[in-house]
Design a binder for this molecule. Structure first.
Ligand code: NAG
Length: 130
């Protein structure tokens, strides 16, 4: 029917028509990559020692990388309760992030109890963690 160059022209013209002027385009609130970090037992609130890895990734990546940390007790004395709260908090963070930024790549990192709760959040797991 039509030669290929004709189709190519129509395709380009329609892109020009729908892309707003750069000044009017809002910056995306979503980084290309988001890292959720879960700290180890007894570490202070925040990303803990695994945060060094997160910072290194942010420093070296050519992509935009955002991050946040799982808020949970990270205690050893009541490990089953602490890890259950951490697992629930990780699932909430992950769900909210995926809803807010559906095309973003999400990375989960954790150390010690933090790794434990990441594993449970992603892969499930029956019973209490000890
Ligand atoms: C990341 O970059 C900042 C700024 O250059 C630097 O101060 C910091 O030490 C770096 N952190 C890591 C873990 O590479």
């Amino acid at each position: 029917m039509f030669p290929k160059p004709f189709f190519a022209f129509i395709f380009c013209a329609s892109i020009v028509a729908v892309v707003p002027a750069p000044a009017a385009a809002p910056a995306s609130p979503c980084a290309a990559v988001h890292i959720i970090a879960a700290r180890a037992s007894t570490e202070d609130p925040g990303p803990g020692i695994i945060g060094t890895l997160v910072t290194q990734i942010q420093n070296r990546s050519s992509q935009t990388v955002s991050t946040n940390s799982v808020t949970y007790p990270a205690t050893l004395t009541n490990y089953p309760s602490s890890s259950a709260q951490g697992t629930a908090a990780t699932i909430t963070l992950l769900t909210n992030q995926a809803n807010a930024c559906p095309s973003q790549n999400i990375v989960l990192v954790g150390y010690s109890q933090g790794a434990h709760i990441i594993g449970h959040a992603v892969a499930g797991g029956g019973g209490l963690m000890r």
